[in-house]
Design a binder for this molecule. Structure first.
Ligand SMILES: [Zn+2]
Length: 225
């Protein structure tokens, strides 16, 4: 990954403990070292989850198509959506979005799924959908990922449109019974994503743009929940 790219950190779906989600130390294994046997198993499983998501998940397919309809070419999907080993990345999250550099003419973001951190197809699908909303926003608007309000807006949309805040997910996290649970969940997770990316004052950034960005459901006609 070029140094000019910025990785949008993405918290794990089944834990929200910031300490667990904080960036891991720099990898100790050299980037070009062959994968270990354990890494190969995890990567193989991740690739099968990826292929199933791309072939079968209607939300994933709709979002990929929406990026193309906007005029952005994500290229071959096996290059656009990559599985990486946790030990090779300074990231403890399920997935990440590597935005292309500001001013770069070609549309060249990458979605990185962390092989060891994706427990099942449902979490893979939701995480990939989340990252695809970032990819859509990168294509649609000239997102400045260093601007915390821009970043907050895309996190709100990704949290809202990916399915990660559907009621069943909140029940799994033991947060059942929250009034307006969906909005509360989106706010909480957006602020956490901003914090993990090192943005200052994440709650204020989310609050400042929440209503407008939550109401913006493109490319869906309405919240797909
Ligand atoms: Zn995100």
């Amino acid at each position: 990954m070029r140094r000019t790219t910025k990785l949008m950190r993405r918290q794990s779906d089944d834990t929200e403990t910031p300490q667990q989600d904080a960036p891991t130390p720099e990898p100790t294994a050299p980037q070009d070292a062959p994968p270990t046997a354990e890494e190969r198993v995890a990567l193989g499983r991740c690739l099968r989850l990826r292929d199933a998501a791309l072939a079968q998940n209607t939300r994933v397919q709709f979002l990929v198509e929406a990026v193309r309809k906007l005029g952005c070419d994500p290229g071959p999907l096996e290059s656009f959506v990559q599985c990486v080993s946790a030990s090779r990345q300074s990231m403890a999250m399920v997935g990440g979005f590597a935005a292309h550099a500001p001013g770069q003419r070609d549309y060249a973001p990458k979605i990185l799924m962390v092989a060891e951190h994706v427990p099942n197809q449902a979490i893979f699908d939701r995480t990939l959908s989340h990252e695809l909303v970032h990819a859509y926003d990168q294509c649609r608007a000239n997102v400045d990922w260093n601007d915390r309000r821009h970043h907050a807006c895309s996190e709100i949309r990704a949290g809202s449109l990916s399915g990660e805040c559907d009621l069943s997910q909140e029940i799994n996290r033991g947060r059942f019974g929250i009034t307006k649970h969906h909005q509360a969940c989106v706010k909480r997770r957006s602020a956490l994503s901003l914090a993990l990316s090192g943005q200052a004052d994440p709650d204020a950034a989310v609050a400042a743009v929440f209503d407008a960005c939550y109401a913006d459901t493109a490319p869906f006609d309405r919240h797909p929940n």
